[in-house]
Write a protein that binds this ligand. Structure first.
Ligand SMILES: Nc1ncnc2c1ncn2[C@@H]1O[C@H](COP(=O)(O)OP(=O)(O)O)[C@@H](O)[C@H]1O
Ligand SMILES: [Mg+2]
Length: 394
């Protein structure tokens, strides 16, 4: 009887090991589908207004239904796999126990053991498999957790860039024969050379898609130059610390983000020490003070991403925040696009007053915004097509 019990018991871990191989594949598919469904859901929710505008919500609804159905199937596959493995383990555990009980009873009936011994062996058979069986159940929970943590650890194990030692103070920015591509099959920037002297005002113009924002992303350290070089203060950008780079250059695009909270809170991000007087001064410069005084002043509450401001007001607030940052250099990337003429004029006039004491890079598809630039670079198809020195020409 002992031999039979001992032979049966390793069948349970054996079943676990067999199931583990299949389970790993199914569970990784399950978690993959789970996160995919989650991100589709979030994207559709955030884009609901757009979907309604184009009456595409029905189409997206069907798409989500298909994905949900797929997820249901994967979930069912996981459950089936677990149920099957539980059945096998139960079969071994209870079958083995039954076999032990039968043997004990038979031996007793044959008169080979006494009653006390028989009862002892019956109880033993029943209990013998339980710990192993419980281990099997825990194993299922653990496998699920391991499949989920695989994804988390993969993310956590991504290399973090080393903290760079060099610091920059926002002097000359120089791109020399810089090339860049997002993907191997398409080069976005070809041998771009642009020099932005300290306290200079340089314009970059070009058609949409010509590579202007890509140049800005290189200067902000968001992308890395392929061949060629990009230096700030004469130091290669990939040797400089991100922190000092962020202190040296402020980027203002057209989709500035604000946080739920008061105007004051949103402005203090840029300069923690600024007092109300300074905040009002900057808001006044950006022609926002009249509007805010009519509201609740610096305590005016902003909705999520400043949903209660107009596009122009939002952009003026973004400018106010950028001015408070007081960095030596600024990049305005289409900062006056798609806003009302009044806001555009307010912003342009601020940029022009900034340029007297700051390095300013002004990116625009409109040549008209570049009148006062020291130098204008025209970008076409990722190349510098023209360089015009306005002041020199005068
Ligand atoms: N993240 C990206 N991945 C791949 N291609 C991109 C990416 N961002 C921009 N591009 C491509 O790079 C080119 C230049 O884009 P961009 O610099 O944004 O142009 P713009 O001059 O309008 O600012 C475009 O053709 C665009 O398709
Ligand atoms: Mg752009």
């Amino acid at each position: 009887m002992a031999a039979i019990l001992l032979i049966c018991v390793p069948l349970i871990p054996g079943a676990i090991i067999t199931v583990q191989k299949i389970a790993k594949k199914i569970l990784s598919k399950y978690w993959g589908q789970y996160t995919k469904l989650g991100s589709t859901f979030l994207e559709n929710l955030q884009g609901m207004t757009t979907l309604k505008t184009y009456q595409a919500d029905g189409y997206k609804n069907e798409e989500m239904n298909r994905e949900s159905e797929h997820f249901r199937k994967v979930t069912m596959a996981v459950l089936t796999m677990q149920l099957n493995s539980v059945t096998i383990m139960d079969f071994v555990a209870y079958g083995g126990a039954a076999l032990g009980i039968l043997l004990a009873t038979k031996t007793f009936v044959d008169g080979n053991i006494g009653l006390a011994n028989c009862i002892f062996m019956i109880l033993l058979s029943a209990d013998f498999f339980l710990p192993m069986r419980r281990l099997g159940s825990y194993f299922h929970v653990a496998m699920n957790g391991m499949a989920a943590s695989d994804k988390i650890f993969k993310f956590l194990n991504e290399d973090e860039p080393d903290e760079k030692a060099e610091t920059v103070s926002g002097g000359e920015i120089a791109l020399k024969d810089a090339c860049f591509s997002f993907t191997e099959d398409r080069v976005i920037l070809h041998n771009v050379s642009i020099i932005i002297p300290k306290n200079g005002f340089v314009g970059i113009v070009g058609e949409s898609g010509s590579g202007k924002s890509t140049i800005a992303s290189l200067i902000m350290g968001r992308n890395t130059v392929g061949s060629g070089s990009l230096t700030i203060d004469g130091k290669e950008i990939n040797t400089t610390s991100e922190q000092s780079l962020m202190k040296a250059i402020t980027y203002i695009g057209f989709g500035s983000v604000f946080f739920k909270g008061t105007v004051r809170e949103n402005l203090l991000f840029a300069d923690k020490k600024a007092d109300d007087k300074k905040l009002w001064q900057v808001l006044d410069d950006c022609q926002l003070s009249d509007f805010l005084k009519a509201e609740n002043g610096l305590d005016t509450e902003l909705l999520e991403n400043a949903g209660n401001l107009s596009g122009g007001q939002k952009q003026r607030l973004a400018l106010a925040r950028a001015i408070l940052h007081d960095s030596p250099a600024y990049i305005f990337d289409e900062a006056t696009s798609n806003i009302d003429i009044e806001s555009e004029e307010a912003i342009l006039s601020q940029i022009h007053s900034l340029k007297k004491r700051k390095t300013v890079i002004m990116i625009s598809h409109r040549m008209a915004n570049m009148v006062d630039a020291d130098m204008v670079y025209v970008i076409d198809g990722g190349k510098v097509a023209e360089r015009n020195a306005y002041r020199a020409a005068e």
